[in-house]
Design a protein around this ligand. Structure first.
Ligand SMILES: Nc1ncnc2c1ncn2[C@@H]1O[C@H](COP(=O)(O)OP(=O)(O)OP(=O)(O)O)[C@@H](O)[C@H]1O
Ligand SMILES: O=C(O)C1=C[C@@H](O)[C@@H](O)[C@H](O)C1
Ligand SMILES: [Mg+2]
Length: 178
């Protein structure tokens, strides 16, 4: 078990909440390795997530997602962004919460809607859904993100503001709990 200061950081939240973007930025600023689980799965299958869902199915994707998260969460000093659906799985929630510091990146549905056009082509879970169905999924998913160590709402903040806040908050907790 790593010391509190060396624990890996995990970002969770709805698709498009900024886990990849913010995770990468925080990793750069803390000089840590960044791991994006969706990207790791894409590397293993040699195709984008949307094609993995089409060719191999969601079950295969979820199984690889679990295997990779379990492996990375047990290592120290990483910044890990998991996919938006990863926390649906209890084993994943447990391994993340037991080994890492889990940050929930939250935003309002209104703020999220502005990112929809950007996200739509690459997110299989959004395909063929009406905006009402997406809104329902958004609120249903809030429940799976309820288990976390710290939550940060990113409405009206840019990427640097969010990552700077997160780093400040981490440094405070390292000073308090190390
Ligand atoms: N304040 C902000 N924080 C983070 N991302 C922002 C912000 N403002 C705009 N964006 C944009 O929103 C998008 C967030 O997408 P990103 O891929 O980081 O989300 P994600 O949480 O990793 O999604 P997924 O679960 O599907 O992997 C990016 O295109 C990013 O540029
Ligand atoms: O919310 C989800 O279920 C997903 C989010 C993405 O990060 C990818 O992991 C994939 O598109 C599924
Ligand atoms: Mg991502």
């Amino acid at each position: 078990m790593s010391s509190y200061r060396e624990k890996s950081i995990v970002f969770i939240g709805f698709m498009g909440s900024g886990k990849t973007t913010i995770g990468e930025q925080v990793a750069k600023k803390l000089y840590r390795d960044f791991v994006d689980i969706d990207e790791e799965i894409e590397k293993e299958y040699g195709m984008p997530v949307i094609d993995i869902f089409k060719v191999h199915g969601e079950e295969a994707f979820r199984s690889k997602e679990k295997e990779l998260i379990k492996g990375y969460c047990e290592r120290p000093l990483k910044i890990i962004s998991v996919g938006g659906g990863a926390f649906m799985n209890e084993e994943i929630r447990e391994v993340c919460l037991q080994n890492c510091i889990v940050f929930f990146l939250d935003l309002s549905f209104n703020a999220w809607k502005e990112r929809l056009t950007l996200l739509l082509p690459s997110r299989p879970v959004l395909q063929g859904k009406s905006i009402e169905e997406i809104e329902e999924l958004f609120y249903k998913r809030q429940g799976i993100y309820a288990d976390h160590n710290s939550k940060f709402t990113t409405d009206h903040l840019d990427i640097d503001e969010v990552s700077d806040y997160l780093i400040k908050s981490l440094k405070t907790s390292w000073d308090l709990y190390s």
